[in-house]
Design a protein around this ligand. Structure first.
Ligand code: RB5
Length: 144
């Protein structure tokens, strides 16, 4: 895995899984910053989604991971930031291809939708998979 800097965030619906992902980051020595929330209390997912998206779009971080109840509110919000290609992922194949073909830079997960072990496999694959470029590069340029 290249030396990635990863920005992480969640709302109350994703707090538990965000903490699990932080543990994974620590065990694998992956540089990361937690943008909150830091205690499990009701919060508005667009706030952290915007912060993490800006941190990735600015180039300060290579990737972002956002967790809410479904992954959906986070991905809808993150995709409003120019340069962000956020994907809401529930299986390992999509995790791999979202990187290889779509060069996704923000991964959104739903704690209420998938279990911890599947989520951590998705994170692992998503972090380790590179963008294939080639014919896919032209299509990414078309999005921008
Ligand atoms: C919070 O209840 C929930 O709506 C939020 O975590 C997320 O699933 C939104 O998309």
């Amino acid at each position: 895995m290249e030396n990635l800097k990863v920005a992480i965030g969640c709302d109350h619906g994703g707090f538990h899984l965000k903490e699990k992902i932080k543990e994974y980051m620590e065990v694998h020595h992956i540089e990361h910053k937690d943008f909150g929330i830091f205690i499990k209390e009701a919060s508005d997912y667009p706030e952290v989604a915007k912060e993490v998206s800006k941190a990735v779009a600015s180039g300060e971080f290579d990737r972002g991971i956002l967790v809410c109840g479904t992954g959906l509110g986070m991905s809808v919000t993150a995709n409003k930031t120019k340069g962000i290609r956020a994907v809401s992922i529930e299986n390992t194949y999509s995790a791999r291809v979202s990187r290889a073909h779509n060069n996704s830079n923000v991964l959104c997960l739903g704690e209420r939708v998938i279990g911890d072990y599947l989520a951590l496999d998705i994170v692992d694959i998503w972090l380790k998979t590179g963008f294939e470029g080639g014919r896919h590069k032209k299509r990414i340029d078309m999005i921008e």
